[in-house]
Structures are given as C-alpha cells and as structure tokens.
Design a protein around this ligand. Structure first.
Ligand code: SAH
Length: 387
C-alpha cells in the first residue's frame, strides 16, 4: 500500500493526491528518513548507491537492507516516477525516449552518442518541465504550452531509465530538453546536485550544462549561489526587436540586462558562458557577425552555433552556403565558436524538436502557480499564436 501526502493550498480547489518519490531526496534528507526509521546514517549513502550507481528498479534488490526496511521503503515511496512509452533510434545512432509520468503527462529525453567530440562524450539531454511557457517561435515544445514543472525525481529518473535501457553510462548532461530550467530552479538544481554525488552517478559539475532562454532572476541566483555547473544562454539574435519577435522572454528580461549582469557578476574563475545561436535565414548577415563581435568585448563567453532545425515554425532555414559564409566571418573576427551537429532530426530528436508525441493533439494550457513569471509570457504567446 502506498502512502500519499495530500497537498491543500488556498489555490487548490480540489485537494490533489501526490505520491512520494524517493528520488526527490538529497543525502541530508535521506539521513533524516533513516534516523526516523532507527537506522544508521550510512544507510543514506547505501541508498544512493543502489538508486544511481547500481540503478536498480525495485526496492527488493537492495540486499544489504533488511527485508523489513526494504518493505517499509516500498510501502512509503515510489521508486521510479516515469515509465517508458516509446523508444526511437535515429540513423545517426541518437536515441529518443518518450516517458509517461504518474499523472499521464509525457516528456522526452535524448541520448546523443555520436556528437563528434574527441573526449568520447556520451550525453543525455533531459527535460525540466512538461511543456514550456516561454513561447520561442522556433521550438516545438513551446507549441504545446505549459503544463507543470517536473519534480527532481522525474528529472533524475530520465537518466536512470536511459542508462538502464541503453546499457550505457553517460558522462555528460544537458538541460536542453523540454522546458525552461530556470522556471523550475529548485528542482533542476537539486537534480543536478544529486547527479553530481560521488556515490551516485558521479557526473562532474563541469559536465552538467543548464541552458536558459534568459530568465534573469534565475541566472542571478545561479551566480549568487555559486553553482558550479556550466551555464548556456540562448541568444539567437543580436537585435532586441528581432529577438523579441522569436523569443518573447526578451520583453521581460532583455539580453542587454543579462550581459550587464554577466559582466558585473560572473566569476572569472568559472567556465565560460556558452551563448547558443540558432542560425536562421535572417540572423546570419555580416552585420549580425559584427554585432556579435561587439558582444565579445566581454571575454567570458563562447559561441555555439546551431542550424535551425525543421519544425512547425515558418522561419527560414539557411542554406549551407550562407551558414558557411557566416562561420567564416566569425572566424575572421576571432570569435571563439563551436558548431553543434544536428543529431536525431529523422526522429524529431534534434534541438527544438521535442514535443512529447502525445501532445500532437490540441491541449488546454494549464498555468502552474509555481511559475508566476511565465504567466505574462504565456499570455503574450497565446495572443500571438492564437493557441
Ligand atoms: N529553454 C532552454 C532549454 C531548451 S531549448 C533554452 O531556451 O535554452 C535548447 C536549445 O535548443 C536552445 O539553445 C534553443 O535555442 C535551441 N532550439 C530551440 N528550437 C530550435 C530549432 N528549431 N532548431 C535549432 N535549435 C533550436
């Protein structure tokens, strides 16, 4: 029998039943749990070893725990909040996983095995929200609107499943799947911390990248809290008016304020901030390159170029010749660039193509009360797209 906690707030008209996920727990929280069960604190590390290093899928496999303890945990907690719905393999080896949550929502994760890097990088691209409220016009996730934030356990369980299903241990994590990580700051950072535990996945802080469309309060908090993970910022345009047309977040948090914040606060000792730049037909002129050059007065950044992937948007995908010209221009200007290979596009697993298949149908957008900042943006999005 599972125990449930009932969450009742003034905004909840109908009380919701919420299962307890064991993977929501940090080490100190697990230590408190074991103390309450009259167990020694070292049990917490053992638990994390079972959950992540050994990646078990049943409490009964925890053989150094007594049968009673295993039974108690199984009665009180859900081990795996996600179940696999569909797995697709791309021609280039990229794999896409569609997961169902306990409340019958769908999210996607991508395993990138062949990104051409010399360090043998094996990357899992994970989702942080069900849908997204940010309304970027080139992104498929935006088309489904926003449903809710993922819990920490739902974020981590994507990695557990992908590792178990593929038999591969990734050494790299990117928060570049569905959703805006900084609109779900607490759960995302907690998941990153747990994935970094040495007695768990033990993924290095420098191999965990959080990508944001530019949620300024999240970026500021990330810097103030001295979070050790890589930061990526989706720039995608150099002119505010043009950026605003494709990324409504520019209206609320202009990129100029973010650059000012980074110049003022981002520590010199840190890995550089990656500026992601999706190349469209109308943002790769010589003038764009020159404006980027100006931005690079501030040296703590590097540029990651991504060719616009196909989707339900009406934006121009640039020709290979135009892309080459732009890259040459940036190289002449000595701007530090890397070019992201578009992987998995034949199974809609490339950047901006994740939608959670079950969302192909038109859905009602539900605004989560934890995501107040997104409300104005989503409203603008609804007006623009007539969703
Ligand atoms: N919300 C976060 C993370 C998800 S998007 C963010 O905006 O950064 C991850 C990356 O995919 C972003 O850099 C985004 O600009 C890029 N992207 C979105 N749609 C794309 C598309 N159609 N083609 C190429 N890249 C895209």
């Amino acid at each position: 029998m599972l125990h449930y906690i009932t969450i009742i707030s003034s905004q909840d008209v109908i009380p919701s039943m919420k299962p307890l996920f064991i993977k929501n727990m940090t080490l100190p929280e697990a230590e408190v749990l074991f103390a309450s069960l009259n167990e020694k604190p070292y049990r917490a590390q053992q638990l994390f070893n079972w959950l992540y290093e050994r990646n078990i899928d049943s409490f009964m496999e925890m053989t150094n725990f007594s049968k009673d303890l295993r039974r108690t945990l199984a009665e009180q907690y859900v081990l795996s909040p996600l179940s696999l719905e569909e797995r697709q393999v791309s021609r280039d080896g990229t794999e896409k996983f569609l997961f169902r949550t306990c409340d019958d929502n769908f999210i996607e994760s991508v395993l990138l095995k062949n990104d051409g890097t010399e360090d043998g990088r094996l990357t899992i691209c994970i989702s942080s929200q069900i849908g997204c409220a940010m309304g970027c016009s080139f992104c498929e996730t935006a088309k489904i609107g926003f449903r809710r934030n993922l819990e920490t356990a739902e974020i981590i369980d994507q990695v557990c499943h992908v590792r178990r299903l593929s038999g591969l241990k990734n050494n790299n994590i990117v928060f570049m799947g569905m959703g805006e990580p900084f609109m779900n700051y607490d759960n995302v950072l907690k998941a990153a911390d747990i994935m970094n535990y040495s007695f768990g996945f033990h993924i290095s802080t420098r191999k965990i990248t959080i990508s944001t469309c530019g949620v300024l309060p999240g970026i500021e908090r990330f810097i103030d809290e001295k979070r050790p993970y890589n930061l990526a910022l989706s720039l995608n345009d150099t002119l505010p008016e043009k950026r605003q047309k494709v990324m409504p977040v520019e209206k609320k948090y202009p990129i100029s304020n973010i650059s000012e914040l980074l110049e003022r606060k981002f520590p010199v000792s840190r890995n550089r901030v990656t500026l992601e730049y999706v190349m469209r037909g109308d943002n790769i002129s010589k003038e764009d390159a020159m404006r980027l050059k100006k931005m690079f007065r501030y040296s703590r950044i590097k540029l990651n170029l991504i060719k616009l992937n196909e989707g339900k948007h009406s934006l121009d995908i640039p020709s290979p010749e135009k892309v080459d010209d732009f890259i040459r221009e940036l190289m002449i200007m000595n701007i530090p660039i890397s070019i992201r290979k578009s992987l998995g596009s034949d199974i809609s697993a490339a950047c901006g193509q994740l939608s959670g298949k079950r969302y192909d149908e038109k859905l009602t957008i539900v605004i989560n009360k934890d995501c107040a900042d997104a409300e104005t943006i989503i409203e603008e999005h609804v007006q623009q797209c007539g969703t």
